[in-house]
Design a binder for this molecule. Structure first.
Ligand code: OGA
Ligand code: NI
Length: 181
């Protein structure tokens, strides 16, 4: 796991750098604010679920980070929202699934958008995945790299608190729309 985390950490940094460069920013921001101690690896296990109703293993959501690198096994079940429809992602254990998260959307001023995704359970097979989240420290202020900015600036701590508060109050994450002026 440590070897995996080290590899995907440098991949995430590289990708963030490339995406920033596409916007005309040679940014050291990600290297300075996303440290090994602030990023994390989540191991997901989805037990089989025989109810044939497309039960969520993980509810529809966008990731609250800059970039997610996901490795999944061959079972499948990952879906992403595209043009108002759920699209199944073909499982490929030899590939990574790269997700833009909310923070990259805010930083890029909406140029890159975080993708809504979910996992539906398999009736008979257990599914495993590993997701690496490129996250800054709680104190890091997320501010758009261009002006005028779509979102008001916020610290990662404020963002996480808002997400938790919304989930507690409403049962779902509102996310970036909370930071529209
Ligand atoms: C997540 C996630 C998808 C998966 O952990 O945020 O979306 O395939 N995981 O496990
Ligand atoms: Ni996710």
């Amino acid at each position: 796991m440590e070897a995996f985390a080290t590899k995907v950490a440098s991949l995430a940094q590289k990708l963030a750098g490339i995406l920033a460069e596409k916007l005309g920013h040679k940014s050291s921001f990600f290297q300075e604010s996303c440290l090994p101690s602030t990023c994390y690896l989540r191991l997901n296990r989805y037990p089989p679920c025989p109810i044939p109703l497309g039960i969520y293993g993980i509810m529809p959501h966008t990731d609250s980070d800059f970039i997610t690198i996901l490795h999944q096994d061959q079972v499948g079940g990952l879906r992403l929202a595209k043009d108002g429809k759920w699209v199944s992602v073909k499982p490929n254990p030899d590939a990574f699934f790269i997700n833009i998260g909310d923070l990259f959307q805010a930083w890029s001023n909406g140029f890159y958008t975080s993708v809504e995704h979910c996992v539906v359970t398999h009736p008979t097979k257990e599914r495993l995945s590993a997701a690496y989240f490129l996250c800054p420290s709680n104190e890091t202020v997320i501010e758009s790299c261009s002006k005028p900015s779509v979102y008001t600036k916020f610290s990662f701590r404020e963002y996480r608190q808002k997400v938790q508060e919304d989930v507690r109050l409403y049962g779902y994450k509102v996310g970036l729309p909370r930071f529209l002026p």
